[in-house]
Design a protein around this ligand. Structure first.
Ligand code: SF4
Length: 327
């Protein structure tokens, strides 16, 4: 499979606002949140790449960088041969219809004053010259396809008149209405009721085949990632620490952080419970991350060497990479 997206040495730093007294007396250097810290990976055309990790690991920031909702501090993002990191905010507009995003909270991404049909058709108004009737026909077709049926009835509803599951379907339809090639799905089922999560995931899988899509699936939940992703990248404090085929990652995890995350995934059979411990404490601040391997303060296998330098990614089996000195 060819690459749809190739990311090289991507970084994103956010400046930290200092208090008045810090600026005046402490003489402290300007601080930065190192949200994404020199990551490289590719996404194959037609695959679902999962980006998993705890809250604060940089996975949502990475998703936003890939479609240039955020500007990178440095690094390259190649999409169809063009480096998105290098082009102006104005020129990025021509890629907007090809790259879409589905956010975790449908209610905050839908305008309460816009009817459902208008919300779904809005990207068509911006990115195409279709007339009103054509737009409406396309929106209605898509609404039926994503399960917003009967479309003629729901087209005129407002977001507050929909159920949670219907709202998430509206957001999905809006993302797909311009026939994109790439969709960043940022925790797309995290806010949905348990009863509709499986339905939304199944729908996303079907739509991927039907619309020939490629997904970046951002999640903190490895069991969801296992269900939908072809490959998974594990992020910790802005870095990718392990990446590989989903089955291989679950059957043969290498990085201690991946093992610990997997230990936290509920399993139906207690006899199969994993022995690895859940990591100690909380994820440290990305303003001043631990030296060397960022995971060392929480890692049960850490040695002195772990705080000395950043562990390099090593291929531990074909297509499976891990960044730990034990590999
Ligand atoms: Fe643990 Fe050291 Fe490996 Fe980091 S490099 S995961 S601290 S053993």
């Amino acid at each position: 499979m060819e690459d749809l997206i190739r990311v090289e040495n991507l970084r994103k730093e956010f400046p930290v606002q200092k208090s008045f007294f810090d600026q005046l007396f402490a003489g402290k250097k300007k601080g930065f949140v190192h949200a994404v810290d020199d990551i490289s990976f590719e996404i194959k055309k037609g695959e679902v790449l999962g980006l998993a990790g705890e809250s604060g690991s940089g996975k949502s920031t990475t998703g936003r960088l890939l479609i240039r909702l955020l500007d990178p501090t440095s690094g390259n993002i190649y999409f169809e041969g063009e480096n998105l990191a290098d082009i102006s905010s104005k020129d990025i507009q021509k890629f907007r219809s090809k790259m879409q995003v589905v956010f975790q909270d449908p209610n905050s991404s839908l305008s309460p004053r816009m009817r459902v049909g208008d919300a779904i058709g809005h990207p068509l108004k911006i990115h195409t010259d279709l007339g009103t009737e054509e737009r409406k026909r396309k929106v209605m077709e898509l609404m039926e396809r994503v399960g917003l049926s009967p479309a003629e009835f729901l087209y005129y509803k407002y977001p507050h008149q929909l159920s949670g599951g219907q709202s998430q379907r509206v957001v999905l339809a809006r993302a797909l209405v311009t026939n994109p090639e790439f969709v960043v799905a940022d925790e797309p089922i995290a806010m949905a009721d348990v009863s509709v999560r499986a339905m939304i995931l199944e729908l996303m899988k079907e739509l991927k085949e039907e619309f020939d899509l490629t997904y970046l699936f951002v999640t903190h939940d490895l069991s969801t990632a296992k269900y939908i992703c072809d490959r998974i990248a594990i992020m910790y404090l802005g870095r990718i620490v392990e990446i590989g085929n989903t089955r291989e990652l679950f059957d043969n995890p290498h990085h201690p952080y991946t093992k610990a995350l997997l230990a936290a995934v509920p399993v139906p059979d207690p006899a199969q419970r994993r022995t690895e411990e859940i990591p100690r404490g909380e994820i440290p601040s990305a303003i001043d991350p631990p030296a060397g391997c960022h995971f060392h303060p929480r890692c049960r296998y850490a040695t002195e060497a772990c705080s000395k330098g950043r562990p390099k990614m090593k291929e531990v089996s074909p297509g499976h990479f891990s960044a730990c000195i034990l590999d």
